[in-house]
Design a protein around this ligand. Sequence first.
Ligand SMILES: [Zn+2]
Length: 218
Amino acid sequence: MICYFQGCNETGVTKEHIPPRSFFPEDERHQLLTVKACKTHNNDKSTNDLYVLAQICMHSSPSNRAREVFLDRVAPQLSHNNDALRRLLSKGAVQVPGGVLYPVDQARFDEFFTALCCGLVYKSQKAQLPPNYRISHIYHQLLDNGSAEWKQLVAAVDEFYGAKPETVLDFGRPDAQNERIYTVEIYGVPHFGGSITIVHRFFGVFKVTSMLTRLVER
Ligand SMILES: [Zn+2]
């Protein structure tokens, strides 16, 4: 079976969890999906995953679940390898009135969400995303500067992609006392008949819209 990653020709020899196992407390991993990955595209245990999880938790306020996951999954890792993760997160941090502003490394987010999208498509379509799709992401919480332009852009994106989801994959255990950790909706035409939109939500707060645009050959 071929690796899940777009454009990769290697055989999938390992299991990749989508989203990563590291995002979930030990007792909530039973519903995670897996895809076949080659060694290069298996991101399990990568620093990048933890970086993205930490940032998502930090930007999901107020969410008790995000706080809980941060304390359970991220906090114990902060001091490993000479504070590697702590230093990564606080790189470029600036003191502002009322707190500290942590800049976000968008390249790390893009890498993470592109891999996640490849996994979701592979799982729902049972095929690798074809090479003529370009993947880009909008991070609603990270980019929201409160401006009218931003609100307009988000409204336009929501309207454009407001069609009914083709497939809804539901992750995490429904729990009346807590928000779920991750939900996702996939919008698009089956069998790669057109562009695909994937809407991710973490803790019911942190929203990411991934646009998988099908480029038409001339
Ligand atoms: Zn691969």
